[in-house]
Design a protein around this ligand. Structure first.
Ligand SMILES: [Zn+2]
Length: 139
């Protein structure tokens, strides 16, 4: 039997995107990913706080699966301003960004240790911007 109507199935997967579940950022994030040429070419893990408590929540398993099943070459970690997951965890607004950056960098470190071939990029979406800015990690 020939399966039709799945034109996207012929494209190869390039990336795994790990983002927060927050509804406010989904449309701009997907538009931005499309602009980056990743439309229909990324696996998505969407959880409150994205890489918050990366190891404790077993997020590495998703990375491992994306590598094994879809041979991804990139991981894009997308956090955002005013994240409820951080607020509920008790972070005050002025400390939220450093806390998020710390978690993003830690996730990158853990992912890169296990999969050194992956290009891991960290992104931060602000409420008043349509596209995320890249977080430079000095490591
Ligand atoms: Zn969030």
């Amino acid at each position: 039997m020939v399966v039709t109507g799945l034109p996207m199935a012929t494209k190869e997967c390039i990336a795994l995107v790990i983002s927060c579940m927050d509804y406010r950022f989904q449309a701009p994030m997907h538009a931005w990913l499309k602009k980056m040429g990743l439309e229909s070419r990324y696996d998505l893990v969407c959880l409150p706080g994205a890489t918050k408590d990366f190891e404790q929540r077993g997020l590495m398993e998703f990375v491992n699966l994306a590598v094994e099943l879809h041979k991804i070459r990139e991981v894009h970690v997308v956090h955002h301003e005013d994240c409820g997951a951080y607020r509920l965890a008790g972070w005050q607004k002025e400390h939220e960004l450093p806390a998020q950056q710390e978690d993003m960098k830690k996730a990158k470190r853990v992912i890169t240790e296990r999969h050194p071939q992956l290009r891991v990029k960290l992104w931060f979406l602000r409420l008043n911007r349509e596209e995320p800015e890249e977080l430079q990690v000095g490591d």
